[in-house]
Design a protein around this ligand. Sequence first.
Ligand SMILES: Cc1ncc(COP(=O)(O)O)c(C=O)c1O
Length: 479
Amino acid sequence: MRLPSKGMSKADVLAQLDAFSANDLPWREGNTFAYVYDPGREAEEVLKAALVRFMSENSLDPTVYPSLARMEAEVLAIAASHLGGDENVVGNFTSGGTESVLLSVKTARDYARAERGIANPELVLPVTAHACFHKACAYFDLKPVLVPVSGPSWRVDPAAMETAITPNTIMLVASAPQYAHGVVDPIAEIGAIAQRRNLLFHVDACVGGWMLPFFRKLGASVPAFDFSVPGVTQMSMDFHKFAYAAKGASIVLYRDKGLRQHQIFTGANWTGYSVINPTVLSTRGGGPLAACWAILHYLGEEGYLGFARNMLEATQKIVARLKTLHSIEVMGEPDFSLVAFSSEEFNVFPIPDLMKARGWFVQPQLGFMGSKPNIHLSIDQAKLAKVDRFLDDLEACVLQARQVPPPDVPAALLEQLKALRLEDLSPAVFQQILGAAGASNGLPAETAPINTLLNALKPEVAGALMSAYFNELGVQARE
Ligand SMILES: Cc1ncc(COP(=O)(O)O)c(C=O)c1O
């Protein structure tokens, strides 16, 4: 494909974009239990207006955009006080949870290098910590030391965290809450270990940190998880999830400036303008920051409490109903509006396909180190209005999935795949697996066979397969 020789009209361009989105996941009707956090039409209009208003301004140089500097300072101050921080807490607005975590890990690495002379840093993290910590380790050359976590609580055992510490450990990681099962790790106990062992401690509050204090106000039992806990040195929290901001909105926070100093990159050794980058990105449009500031002020405490009430009620209804379903097990006791359910008796992977046929999106999660294959639900405030119909459909799909024979993946192939090692993943084997998943010619409509196959593979083999497949997809899109 080439750039059109002549420009199209505005109407044609917009019509084309609308046409592109015809097959996208429809989220507006509250049917999507992942990826999108719906604040309702009115709030969405506020987000859009703020986003567009500051689309062109650039946080690259906040000295010439005092508006952006002010909004960032205010958003950070609101977040710090919301998370039990004092006036010493500092941080930055970032593009998302992954960027916040990347920055925190890089900061910890550089701090440990400077203060402790550690050349081969290790990060101790539960298997329930988000994959972006592995990404940070891969990008910044740290060794991830994984701590197993088991049911029924799915909270990491602090003693197991301590056992994983070595002289090269630079930081402990825990989640409030973790994404997969929606539970909060024992932050106070891990904070005490971090203090005793003189280690940094990152609490990842990306997904639920903004809302947990509102849940607490409504009477939910939410343990201390933030800067009020001694030993917590840094945190990440996203606004673009359950704070309902536009995408591209998160923060990384540190207990003090001394630590944050190690985050900042400066570049004066080239021929151009002086670069001072606290974040990974350099040029940053002001839109997401303005939209974040706008939604915090538009909703205020009262608005967020109302949203929290909707989320709690919808979650309680969903958990209660799931617990009545034969052969279904809710994983853990969710502290937040994130719920995962699995089954000992049947393959749950057909459920997303069956639900899709009824207009719903629910998210499959592969099994990993004791966490069985499961279905995840992220429950935003818009779900309450539809929860009864959703539950009726879910119950019907669960019944159907119990009767559906496992997807058409030969048992012998599954056995063969379980034993497959990374070095066995030749192009021929790759094609054989794609064929069995029905994915030889692009993504198939049904996801169950793919997930059943991926779930059978060793995680490193599944990872290599997904990477090779994704690489091929890029080529197809260009043709
Ligand atoms: C606990 C947690 N941390 C980090 C992230 C990464 O956030 P993002 O997708 O904004 O990069 C997520 C995303 O779901 C998350 O749930």
